[in-house]
Design a protein around this ligand. Sequence first.
Ligand SMILES: [Zn+2]
Length: 91
Amino acid sequence: MTDEGAAEAVTLDTSRRYLVPVARLELPGEPDLVHLALYQWLPRAEEWVTGLALCGRSTEQGALPDSTAVTCLRCEAYRPKYQAVLDRAPA
Ligand SMILES: [Zn+2]
């Protein structure tokens, strides 16, 4: 993995999945939290999409900037497990 820092300049590898901050759904009663979700390239749609939050909640589509703090503790609790799996995945 390279470590170039600048968030906007990073070119993502479409063969890999990433963990990214995602926004909660704009629904009444939805906890005001920033979640963490898997981010992956969909070749058919030719775009990056986010999945369910690691904690299982539905979220808004699209990644927030990398610098956004994840405030969902359940997502954070799952992060090491997911990160380990992603780090092991073949490039
Ligand atoms: Zn969450």
